[in-house]
Unconditional design. Structure first.
Length: 531
């Protein structure tokens, strides 16, 4: 029995083809994976099925859901299907949720819009759905707002919204990309359970091959708007008949060439750092505090890459803000280059030697500035702009594999990988010795990620840089770091050489992180060994 049938689906936007004769089937109770790089057409396929294509889109082909044709369906009828017959989970839950409405109202909204229940009944169903996705009532009342939840919890709210009316088809568009490994494992288990118990079909869109290997029964590989290979997941992953599929696998397992030259000079030292936040005070009660970072110590040597891993809420980013001198400490000390105190009042000339690359490059750039001005922005940290500022901007762009003339373009004209290269160029412009990379490659496709990791290793080799690399992706940490620290609830629970910690973890928490990391079964990769 076929739940969703797609035949020769083609989409052009303002005359430019974006989907080319896409065909596949999805059965009830089946998980169908759609993989490929950004721009391959994965999300556009989902938007076409949902009737959410942008203005100027021309659609051809057929798509039927349980016998109902979706292509060309009037908007009024399509509105009747969205939420009731088709549920959609977006990649970024914070932008998908309304910050002004409680989680209970947002889950109940689907039932109210479709006239499926009174307000009281809708809230009762909302409570059931939130309980089903692991947000129990005693800890997560309906009155809570999205900003009061973690990223994984917000994603659970989005899933509860999508399944409120028990749709036949659930589309999950990169539902775990920004989540840590243990939260990702929980969300994937939740989706697997929903498919089994509710009998719905799940269309999983992702660039993570390991996630597809562990969840999907069938998979299709997309490139440039067309499906280049499809079939049972194990068959496709074992045979990899198409060159593009082989390239994706090679990038997913890519290990950059590194020639570590680690010196003995300390570039960054953290000594028993304590970062504390006040909690809401009750009347006549003593003040209460939350310790986000508890007596953490670390040392980063010249030319070294130090990894910092842990779940969301473990204190990684809080520690990073303190290391960058953005937040004050309530105890302990942080020093740069062995002697200079780090903090909010540190001199700008010292900040010039300590730069950062963040997860979302687009969000860290002013969209109205040209790239040359964006890259030159850190020059304000120097006593005076260098006389050769334009030449240094051109050199920084060339260093990261771009052209000097790219400085005249705007940031929206670049792909995600190119934006991350520009972010790295901006971090290099003051010629720092220490760079903090906070989830710098977590949202990138596997081939772009491999290119950025190669770039970081090359820059480290040429400029003697020291990296503090914060990530929830253990495969990336293994590929690029010399040592790793594991952080849980504000404390370092394990540290040591990267291979030793990840291959033979001693602390139970580290073992849980390693066990939760999605993996492609080794038997599916036998052809690689033979090659």
């Amino acid at each position: 029995m076929t739940l969703l049938s797609v035949r020769d689906l083609s989409v052009a936007i303002h005359g430019r083809p974006v989907l080319n004769r896409v065909s596949f089937d999805l059965a009830p109770g089946e998980v169908f994976g759609l993989v490929g790089e950004s721009g391959s057409g994965k999300s556009m396929t989902a938007l076409a099925l949902m009737g959410l294509l942008p203005h100027g889109a021309e659609v051809g082909g057929q798509a039927t859901l349980a016998g109902t044709g979706l292509i060309g369906l009037p908007e009024r009828r399509m509105c009747g299907l969205r939420g009731r017959e088709i549920g959609l989970i977006f990649q970024e839950p914070m932008t998908a949720l309304n910050p002004m409405k409680t989680i209970g109202d947002q889950v109940a909204e689907t039932l109210l819009i479709h006239g499926a229940a009174s307000r009281g009944e809708a809230l009762r169903v909302a409570r059931q759905r939130l309980d089903r996705v692991g947000l129990a009532g005693e800890r997560f009342p309906l009155e809570r707002f999205p900003h009061e939840l973690s990223g994984g919890q917000r994603q659970r709210v989005c899933i509860a919204m999508a399944i409120a009316l028990r749709p036949k088809l659930l589309i999950a568009d990169e539902p775990t990309t920004a989540l840590d490994v243990t939260t990702q494992a929980q969300i994937l288990d939740l989706l697997r359970g929903l498919v089994a118990e509710e009998g719905m079909g799940l269309m999983l869109i992702t660039h993570d091959l390991a996630v597809v290997a562990g969840l999907a029964t069938h998979v299709a590989v997309m490139q440039a708007g067309r499906i280049v290979e499809a079939g049972p997941t194990e068959t496709v992953f074992r045979t990899r008949a198409d060159a593009y599929t082989r390239a994706l696998f090679a990038a997913a397992h890519h290990v950059p060439r590194r020639t570590p030259r680690i010196g003995s000079a300390p570039m960054l030292t953290v000594d028993r750092a304590l970062r504390r936040y006040p909690l809401a005070r009750r009347p006549f009660a003593p003040p209460r505090f939350f310790d986000a970072v508890k007596a953490v110590s670390l040392r980063l040597n010249k030319g070294e890459s130090l990894g910092l891993v842990g779940e969301s809420g473990s204190g990684k980013s809080t520690l990073a803000r303190a290391v960058l001198g953005l937040d004050p400490l309530q105890g302990g000390a942080i020093r740069l280059f062995g002697e200079h105190p780090v903090g909010p009042r540190m001199p700008d000339t010292l900040r010039a030697g300590l730069q950062a690359v963040f997860q979302d490059p687009y969000g860290s750039f002013n969209p109205r500035w040209r790239v040359a001005r964006l890259v030159a922005e850190p020059f304000h940290l120097l006593p005076a702009p260098p006389a050769d500022a334009a030449e240094r901007v051109s050199a920084a762009l060339t260093d990261v594999g771009l052209r000097p003339e790219d400085g005249e373009r705007f940031i929206h004209e670049f792909s995600g990988g190119q934006r991350q290269r520009i972010a790295i160029a901006r971090a290099l412009i003051t010629r720092p010795e220490v760079i903090v990379l906070d989830e710098a490659v977590s949202a990138l496709d596997v081939r772009v990620r491999a290119q950025i990791l190669d770039l970081l290793c090359d820059l480290q080799d040429r400029h003697g840089l020291s990296y503090l690399f914060i990530s929830h992706d253990l495969s990336v940490v293994r590929a690029i770091t010399d040592r790793v620290l594991v952080m849980q609830a504000g404390e370092i629970v394990e540290e040591g050489p990267t291979d030793r910690v990840l291959d033979a973890p001693e602390h139970p928490y580290t073992r849980d992180l390693v066990a939760a990391t999605p993996k492609i079964p080794p038997g599916w990769m036998e052809d690689d060994d033979a090659a």
